[in-house]
Design a protein around this ligand. Sequence first.
Ligand code: NAD
Length: 756
Amino acid sequence: MRCLVTGTAGFVGSHLTERLLDAGHEVIGVDCLVPYYSTDLKWRNVAPLLERDGFTFIEGDLVDIELGPLVQGIDLVFHQAAQAGVRASWGAGFSPYIRHNVIATQRLLEAFTHRPPRAFIYASSSSVYGNSPLPMCEDTRPQPLSPYGMSKLAGEHLCTLYNQNFGIPTVVLRYFTVYGPRQRPDMAINRFISALLRNELITVYGNGGQSRDFTYVADIVTANLSAAECIDTVAGSIFNIGGGSPITVNALLSLLGELVGRTPRLRYEPVQRGDVDHTGADCSRVARALDFVPSYALRDGLAQQVAWQRGLEEQRERRIHPVTQPLTHASSKQLAVRGTSRAPRILLYSHDTFGLGHLRRNLAIAGRLSHALPGASLLLLSGSQAVQQFVLPLGADIIKLPTVTKLGHEHYVAQGLTITPSEVLALRQGLILETVMSFKPDLLLVDHAPLGMRGELRPALEYVRAHLPQSRVVLGLRDILDEPAVVCRTWREQAVYAALETFYDRLLIYGVPDVCDPITAYELPASVAARTSFCGYIRRDDPITPAADVRQDIGLGADEPLVLVTAGGGGDGMPLLEAYVQALRLEPAGWTSLVVTGPFMPDAERRRLEKLCCGLSSVVIRPFERDVPSLMHAADAIVTMGGYNSLCEVTGSGTRALVIPRTSPRTEQLLRAQAFARLGLVDLLLLEHTTPTDLREAVKHAIAHKLDRRGACQTPHPCLAGVTVLQNGLDRLVPILVDLTPSVAVQAVREEGALL
Ligand code: NAD
């Protein structure tokens, strides 16, 4: 038979395609690789199919591709394509459900009205029942509890009406929660197993007493084939397909714990909207009509899924820790992007219109990526004047965009060149686009500004979407940008929400939800929220210069206290440095101060600072330091502004810090410093409320604290224990980026072989 499988790259679709090919059928598989979850996983699903005879893959969206030629000569249709997921279907996330579940289904049915296939099998869901009494039987009036369930029910109605009006022999199969290898990563069993394998905390929504009728994927496939075989007697029918052994979530977790060999660590959260309490299929109708009974016991099916996820986890570990399993230069060269042999290419963009933070962060990420993906090409696009000051990681290069200076809200002027603001914008925009067109990155990582400075990134993002369909685009977002109301208003005005939906495969938050949750604060639409994850705070790798060497370089004795004073990039650091020097002038200090002004401090201000320090013998002023983490580690106290990188590095250093944040024009530094101070990670001082005496006392207190820590008892600071803020987000971020780089994913598929 000539079969059409829609959603062929998805969880169920890929299994079904495999079984049809095994049975000797010809399969046309269609999928548009909706980025609801990692499209690399979908490529992993489809890659082994591509190598099989009788399989043709069409990457296309049922909503807009020409369906006439596609449906030509098709005997059997298995319509699996859908926007899955209950939780993402609320609010602004609803429109993809209408698009993929209703419009796509209607178009596909319509395309068959002239020549109906022998059978049209539609994948529906137990979600159509909502909280119906158990066991759920096909004659019960469906009352979905979620927009997703409603959209699947709409698809059912479309099948019925095309059956009645055009004689298309449709069969609706209501799947009850499907599981097994390749299960979607958003589904509970997948999340539970991953967390168990990684020994992470498991979030359970509700009290765990809710139950589900889990169905093994091979049984779902069998039901599809049986429905097609028996179409003459069952056209127009609706059947439940359940696994036959409903189980509560708590019992499921115990069983998974046994299979993985680890006790689950659980955290219970409120029930999520749209989640039903219990599901349980009455399968008597399908047993009679199709002679279908589920043949996989839950324990056996779960063991299969655990084995599959364990394999994936081991591969992931190998990619994260190449030291234990080195990827040689030669093997990295073999990384292939769907047929064309080349090493991965990653482009990291940061607009760098103010300060050093963006560039520093992207350099830290590039540094780790160069270890994780030896042989990969890492290209940075940056507008920072300070690019030459940094050492690039192996395999990296940088394209310098003309530098601009920010004069006010959305007002940027060229810094060196005598050209107009619109000319410098056009110049940067053109360079970015040209870079994307020539470099053809597999992965584009954008720092902070979804559309770049004044939208300069938009043409490049449009180009990627139109011409580089396999490339992945990721936005790395600091946890706090500004007051939520300001961010939401700006994003609405600049159509950023639409850009997030259209251009970005993933959003990675450089922070932790305990400090700030931008998903809620910045009102991310559900469809974007579903693609968003938290990575933790990104900071450069641990100090590399021993504290003794740092102190020797400054000429300090072993017991002489050192206070590091940093003003970030230095563009607006003068008020902090002035206040600090005034505090020093009150009386002779019992410590040495290393003052790092930052490269962007205007010369006149630097000269003024030097004058202010005249006569203070224990002050060393330096314009720029490459290795700030080592200085922080060596210092006994830190006085710093509240820039993102500074705070992340402070928390990694173990040294007490007084944070004096910038409070205008944006409140980002203030909000983050307040949150960190609430967690006891830093001390917060506001310049306008701090006298020189206060500042001096606070410095003394911080030094005493550090000296205590060096003392015999070595008691850790109580506030620094066990807070996730302290973990370096690079540990989470880089594996995600590696997974998202398509060339790596495809290579992984080839290595995986038998596992799939
Ligand atoms: P999945 O997301 O893994 O697969 C669906 C695939 O359809 C995706 O690869 C997606 O890219 C593709 N797709 C979506 N819209 C498309 C379009 N317009 N054109 C082309 N391709 C498109 O989901 P799954 O878990 O394999 O689910 C398969 C089917 O089973 C869906 O219809 C789903 O509603 C239904 N279902 C699944 C479960 C379950 O537990 N997995 C339960 C009940 C029903």
